[in-house]
Design a binder for this molecule. Structure first.
Ligand code: EPU
Length: 314
């Protein structure tokens, strides 16, 4: 465990006058990731309000204790040694608010911890179009923005207006989305900056049109992706103009298994936890699969999932 955390700095950081929310020690990250993999975080903190988040962030910076903001835990592999310092959960930040609207458009403010599918449902129920292709993508809105989540030609960046970000100095700054560099599965939000909320703009449409498009995308997903098994979605990015899943499939990797982790036989870019999988097994399988694709096609696959944490607990 991080020495400063152990030496009681946490008493100051999480004192009742500065911090409202929940604090847990040595919290298994497997409880907070869709893969159900990951060792213990030294501290797992769930701030209840923005002031507590800012106070905690400032004290962590002052004491040089590392922190990791966690979205829905759906695009991340936490190593078996867990995470040094403090994992910040955004569970309490899940407000969706209508800021303005006219006959054609509506602008919403969405907090980072809002489950992405709650936003998709809210939009569908109100006949707001623009994010139908994101139906069925697990995780939080904040995680989706940070990784520019997308599917079926939709990307979250296309509806963003502005972003509220907690910077290194624990100040909240507003940025226009067009000033931030978004790319395929990436955003220009810097490591160390934390997304608090964002404004999005959606187009008004008939509710049944929006719902029909969502249902179409969901049925494609159910048919082509192992959505019912623990995974982190696609493991590797698609190389330009190609599908990583197809390459892995054609390299003969479907069904390949290392202990508890298996390359899905439904979609080869999904690796699923068959029970008791470890990050160690997962990474070995990634290496093995990447090696086979490289041997067969001469293409180097790049991970889409984020790999974090220590190899083993000290
Ligand atoms: N294919 C195979 N074998 C497989 C998987 C796919 O032959 O095991 C073939 C399919 O038959 C199809 C082609 O490869 O002809 C493309 O497959 P698919 O339509 O499933 O799309 P993808 O490129 O594999 C991308 C995104 C998914 C997203 C889908 C739908 C990436 C890495 N993947 O997959 O996103 O849901 O399109 O739009 O960008 C994710 O990012 O986590 C993710 C799952």
């Amino acid at each position: 465990m991080n020495n400063q955390v152990k030496d009681g700095k946490t008493r100051e950081i999480f004192s009742e006058s500065l911090f409202k929310g929940e604090v847990r020690f040595m919290e298994q990250m497997s409880l907070h990731t869709s893969l159900r993999i990951g060792g213990p975080a030294d501290v797992f903190a769930v701030p209840e309000d923005i002031l507590s988040l800012r106070n905690m962030h400032a004290s962590l910076k002052r004491n040089q204790i590392p922190c990791l903001p966690l979205g829905g835990g759906t695009n991340i592999l936490v190593r078996d040694g867990g995470i040094e310092g403090v994992v910040i959960s955004f569970k309490s930040f899940k407000k969706i608010e209508i800021l303005s609207e006219d006959d054609n458009y509506v602008n919403l403010s969405v907090e980072a911890g809002t489950p992405l599918q709650r936003l998709v449902r809210f939009s569908a129920e109100n006949g707001f179009a623009g994010i139908e292709g994101l139906a069925g993508i697990p995780g939080s809105f904040g995680g989706a923005v940070c990784g520019n989540a997308g599917a079926f030609g939709y990307e979250i960046k296309d509806v963003l207006v502005s972003l509220a970000i907690l910077d290194y100095e624990s100040n909240i700054k507003n940025y226009k989305a067009e000033g931030i560099d978004f790319g395929y599965r990436k955003s220009g939000i810097l490591p160390g900056e934390i997304l608090i909320s964002a404004e999005i703009t959606l187009k008004k449409d008939r509710k049944d049109n929006v719902l029909a498009r969502i249902e179409g995308f969901l049925s494609k997903k159910r048919e082509k992706q192992p959505v019912w098994e623990p995974s982190a979605g696609c493991v590797f990015k698609n190389p330009p103009g190609l599908s990583a899943g197809k390459l892995i499939d054609e390299a003969g990797c479907k069904g390949m298994r290392i202990d508890g982790v298996e390359v899905s036989s439904i979609h080869a870019n999904f690796f699923v936890n068959k029970g008791k999988a470890t990050a160690f097994d997962f990474i070995r399988l990634m290496e093995e699969v990447a090696h086979k694709v490289r041997e067969k096609f001469g293409i180097l696959l790049e991970p889409e999932i984020r790999i974090v944490g220590r190899e083993s607990v000290n």
